[in-house]
Write a new protein. Sequence first.
Length: 158
Amino acid sequence: MPESTTKQAGKAVELPVYYSEQSGPDLAKLAKQAGLSVQDVITLHQDAEYRVYAIGFAPGFAYLGEVDKRIAAPRLATPRKRVPKGAVAIADRQTAVYPAASPGGWNLIGLCPTPMFNPTQPPFMPVEVGDRVRFRAVDKHEYIALGGDIALLTGECN
C-alpha cells in the first residue's frame, strides 16, 4: 500500500476560546471590515476544522489553516510590542494561539486558556503537525475555570 494511504490523519484537538471584545481587541474591527457581525466572525472561526501546518515562530506556535476567506485579514501594519499568552489570532488565511507573551502582528479575536507549550511536562504541546484543531467558544466564567488568566482581561498584563 502506498505510504500516503497508510498514514493516519492527525489527532483531533479541541481548544476553548473566550471570544469577546474584552479578550479579542481586534474582533469588532475584523467583523466590521468583513461586513459581518461579531457573532458571525466567532461562528465562522469555531465552525471550521484547521490543520496544523507547522510549528514555528516560537515553541508551541502552531500555524493553523485555513480560515474562511470572509474572516481572513492581513497582519497589522504595526505589530504590537506585546501580545498576551493564549491570544487567539488571525493573519491572512491562518489562525493561531500565541503560546507565550511576545511581540506580534496578528489580529486578536479571543483568549485560549490551554497552555500551548510546557517544557516541563510531556506532551510539551497539545498539538503537532498534521493534527486537526477545532475551537470551541466558552464564556468568561468557563475561561477562568479552565485556567484562563483574569489579569489578561483586566489589562494588567497588556
